[in-house]
Ligand binder design. Structure first.
Ligand code: ASP
Ligand code: MG
Length: 419
């Protein structure tokens, strides 16, 4: 039963990070083992910009951005003392990138996947070359050859049967030769061989896909934080590490906006009961946070999720008539048309209040549509505080000195919109 490690771009932003990756994997490489990596540092963002420059015909900006990206990757190659063959392979990849840009066509989604997938291709090349130079028994398998998807570019759906077949065919000979597999997260391909991507932050999901099709023993996501925390350490001094939570709890937390692990990543693991470990990249000796089917610890520690930049829109009905189902249909249609995700809502006799993330363009478009039928008011710059498994004490502390706009409370969750 294979073990799968995933390393994100933030951990591999420089040569030191990559050396650390090699040191972390070394004890595991002689068992069935897979390493999934994403693009280095901020490469994916840089490639998104490059694509935008290309569509805007901003030749100078485009040139500069490509050169900078190439320089960054060459610099790391140099610091890792990788030989000239690695340089030439890297140059070839950059030539391919330029060719793709020249021939990108006008479909933005197709172009996105063709261009942005290069980030993972650069990083897998460098990691592969470095692992081999370190004497690690690594085999690189192109994710586009094993992750089969549909043609829903930029948010491709996995073809699970095909993927299972491809992954097993690729992995069997490699494991029997005593090698471990290195592959890219985030990217795949559809039947016609066109590159696809699984959505931003998709490399965690790739690790889960591989785990699912191989019935892996566990997946480990390495992070630059001590593990899963009960609140954002950038906001709170007294955060507690969660040693153990259930799949269910993890999905709930993600739903309320915790940027922990995407629900998409949890689901395949939950189906096969494969534990997900979150481990500290800088302190691998520390115990991991474990996400599994065990729900016994879920209620022990309150978990706090804060979302800034919220809008509260209060929609009235004309003539103080009830906000009835047909009105709600009109309102929900408008939200769905403008792709506005509702974070919290409350319904009273004559008004309907909705809280959502503030995107000015979307808000303008929404209000434009509602204006004819409904009077409304709105407040911006609000903060949505969610506490799962709250205590009165925590609520008091969090709400001290705050003005409350909306509050909802169930047995396990409280959500309060404040300023
Ligand atoms: N490189 C991709 C991104 O930045 C995928 C990932 O990191 O998970 O979104
Ligand atoms: Mg990431």
């Amino acid at each position: 039963m294979a073990r799968i490690f995933k390393f994100g771009g933030a951990l591999m932003k420089d040569a030191e990070g990559i050396q650390r990756v090699a040191a972390i994997i070394r004890p595991y490489v002689h068992e069935p083992f897979i390493v999934v990596i994403s693009a280095m540092g901020k490469t994916t963002n840089a490639l998104e910009k490059i694509l935008q420059f290309s569509f805007d015909n901003k030749e100078k900006d485009l040139r500069r951005a490509i050169d900078r990206l190439k320089q960054q990757h060459e610099q790391i190659t140099k610091q890792l003392s990788l030989g000239s063959s690695c340089y030439s392979k890297l140059s070839l990849l950059f030539e391919d990138l330029e060719k793709e840009l020249t021939n990108r066509g006008n479909d933005r989604y197709v172009a996105y996947d063709r261009i942005v997938s290069f980030g993972e291709r650069f990083s897998s090349l460098i990691l592969y070359e470095f692992f081999v130079s370190e004497g690690l028994p690594c085999a690189w398998i192109d994710a586009q050859k094993i992750i089969a998807t549909d043609s829903n570019y930029t948010a491709a759906k996995v073809n699970w049967h095909k993927t299972e077949e491809l992954v097993k065919n690729a992995i069997t000979p490699l494991f029997s030769e005593g090698k471990f597999m290195l592959t890219e997260g985030f990217i795949g391909a559809h039947a016609a061989g066109n590159p696809t991507t699984l959505g931003r932050e998709g490399s965690d999901f790739t690790a889960a896909i591989l785990a699912f099709v191989l019935d892996a023993r566990e997946v480990t996501i390495w992070k630059d934080v001590p593990g899963l925390m009960n609140a954002d350490p950038n906001r709170f001094d007294e955060c507690i590490k969660l040693d153990q939570i259930s799949y269910h709890e993890a999905i709930e937390l993600a739903f309320y906006g915790a940027s922990i692990i995407h629900p998409k990543t949890i689901q395949p693991l939950q189906k096969k009961n494969i534990p997900l470990l979150v481990r500290s990249f800088y302190h691998p000796e520390n115990s991991p946070s474990v996400i599994s089917g065990d729900r016994s610890m879920d209620t022990k520690i309150p978990k706090i999720i804060i979302k800034d930049n919220q809008v509260l829109l209060s929609i009235q009905s004309k003539n103080l008539s009830f906000i009835a189902e047909d009105n709600l249909t009109t309102i929900f249609d408008a939200f769905s048309r403008h792709k506005i995700h509702i974070n919290l809502m409350q319904h009273s006799a004559v008004s309907f209040s909705v809280c959502f993330n503030h995107h000015q363009n979307k808000l303008d478009a929404l209000l434009h549509d509602l204006k004819a039928d409904f009077p409304f008011r709105y407040n911006a710059n609000l903060q949505l505080i969610t506490v799962r498994h709250y205590t009165e004490d925590i609520i008091q502390k969090l709400l001290a000195g705050k003005q409350i706009f909306l509050e909802q409370k169930s047995r396990s969750v409280i959500q309060v919109l404040v300023k």
